[in-house]
Design a binder for this molecule. Structure first.
Ligand SMILES: Nc1ncnc2c1ncn2[C@@H]1O[C@H](COP(=O)(O)OP(=O)(O)OP(=O)(O)O)[C@@H](O)[C@H]1O
Length: 265
């Protein structure tokens, strides 16, 4: 792999956000995300996880601190189309088919149209038979899966996933949880994943960051040292259950130590 395409290290230094109206969403965050690793961000609803992801993507200006990706501001990785983001509301272009939306991502990233790669991803996310369907004729979960395929097709260096499986049924979710890490690990993609599911966080990641209720403050930084590749069957193992208890315990501690949370939500 050429040096300029190797996955970059992501660094948050004192990264903080207070919105102009005075809502404090993110307490200063110092974290380094190693290249090629997957980190899950978990925390109570509304704590500030999406705000962190948006600041990392350069879509929301921090009110304090900074984000650097490979030593440069987020605008740089966006300029070279090395960043892919899937948010909860899969924003597909309504007038394009599934295949058309995925191909467009390649075109916008100035990458060659690889019809085989597009079809492989469509199959991987379980949309075989819907390649020529427009978003309006898909379910919410199918749209999310199309958006995930669109993110992956460009082979991003940095992948930001915000509750990407929110509208996906349990069976497909399990399948995606097994299949997707294989893709991004094989490519050495640095991945950040926001999820409400402790199981998903552990299954998909090398590391879980647990945040307090708003304003999001880092409560725990937990290494997930389970072997790869992982399968859903592992969720019943003693090691997995131990980790799940550690993450749930940290979540509970964050809530207990933020007594003014309910009033502030
Ligand atoms: N543009 C904005 N202006 C003011 N407040 C905002 C803005 N965007 C988000 N917030 C507030 O910041 C807080 C954190 O929101 P954010 O979406 O980051 O939380 P989250 O942890 O991702 O939530 P969820 O898990 O429910 O998706 C919320 O209280 C939200 O209302």
């Amino acid at each position: 792999m050429a040096a300029d395409t190797s996955p970059p290290e992501l660094r948050c230094s004192g990264l903080a956000k207070t919105f102009p109206g005075g809502v404090e969403a993110v307490r200063p965050l110092d974290a380094v995300f190693e290249a090629g690793r997957t980190t899950a961000l978990v925390g109570p609803s509304g704590c500030g996880k999406s705000t962190i992801l948006r600041m990392i993507a350069g879509l929301e200006p921090p009110s304090g601190g900074e984000v650097t990706i490979g030593g440069a501001p987020p605008a740089e990785i966006r300029r070279r189309a090395g960043l892919a983001i899937a948010f909860q509301d899969a924003s597909l272009l309504p007038w394009r088919t599934v295949r058309g939306n995925i191909r467009l991502a390649l075109r916008l990233a100035h990458k060659p149209a690889d019809a085989d790669a597009v079809d492989r991803l469509i199959r991987l996310v379980g949309l075989e038979g819907f390649a020529d369907t427009r978003p309006a004729a898909l379910s919410g979960g199918m749209r999310q899966r199309a958006a995930i395929a669109r993110c992956l097709v460009t082979g991003p260096e940095l992948l930001l996933l915000d509750e990407p499986f929110g509208a996906v049924d349990e069976l497909t979710r399990r399948q995606l949880a097994e299949d997707l890490p294989r893709i991004w690990q094989a490519r050495g993609t640095t991945t950040l994943l926001v999820t409400h599911s402790v199981t998903e966080a552990i299954l998909l990641s090398d590391r879980v960051l647990v945040f307090s209720p708003r304003p999001a403050a880092l409560v725990a930084d937990i290494a997930v040292d389970l072997p790869q590749p992982r399968s859903v069957a592992m969720t019943a193992s003693a090691d997995f259950l131990d980790l799940a208890q550690t993450v749930s315990g940290a979540l509970a501690r964050g809530i207990a130590e933020a007594p003014d949370t309910l009033a502030a939500q």
